[in-house]
Design a protein around this ligand. Sequence first.
Ligand SMILES: [Zn+2]
Length: 326
Amino acid sequence: MDFYNIKTKVVGVDISSDRTTYAIVDIRGNILAKEMFDTSKYPDVNDFVSVLSERIVKLIEANGGYESVRSVGVSAPSANSINGYIEHASNLPWKGSIPMAVMLRERIGLAVGLSNDAHISALGEHAFGMAHGMRNFVTISLGVGIGSCFFSEGKEHHGNFGFAGEFGHTCVEDRGRLCGCGHRGCLETYAAAKGIVMTAQEMMTALDEPSLLRSLDKLSPRTIAECCDQGDNMAIEVYRRTGYMLGMGLANYASIVDPEAIILTGGISHAGKWLFDPTKHSFEEHIFGNMRGKVKLLVSELDDDERDVLGASVLAWSVPEYSLFL
Ligand SMILES: [Zn+2]
């Protein structure tokens, strides 16, 4: 091997329902160039892949060219790292099973690795965030849905079919709220964005007391947290109930996995103490006694966008380098 031809950069891509971010990242995790565009502008996946590939090739050419770029890592919802497909993603514009890794590889001409956003978050947190140096930990992403990933003995656990960590679809309330997955009582229906809004709506209907929530133009996890900041009792109670459910779910998770830490990520983790304190309280209440007070419950300090691009870059380093002769 020619020593001087060692490639020192990869491309990290994060495909989300609202936007797609792609970046050139060096071996130390420095983002050298980053761009993004609106995912929902491309209802046809072939158009999306063409545009994304062209943009990535341009970014590679503007940042040292193919000589220095080794491979591509991609994060997407409902992505299966075993076969490289995005499978029936409920919040992306494209239906069915999409062979995203192969489609991108053919157009870009580099090796492409694909994994789901929850796993990518964990890779980013492990390489560059709070889980650095940990061998057993869990990351939880709290947003439109609830994803998770856990590392066991230093390696991420994918499961037999590639679906490990579907924490949002574990049952916390028998015959509870109807979930998008078709079941009832999934954690997601209480502790993800729509669930928090539903709790607020239910409380406004059930109770007579005045609340700032009643005057909001738009109920969202963020606006509800803003009402908490102003001392609104009903808003605080919405997050207390949310934290109770989340903490109970996390205690179940910890009791099975026995992690050093659980790291909360995603938009809803930014609700601060209004969510964190009741979650921690419920977590310690429900966790198996021998683990009580030992498992760290943490909130990620990485920027949400950057973590996924960085995590995708970690994945990129792990895929075998592309060769026409492989
Ligand atoms: Zn569900």
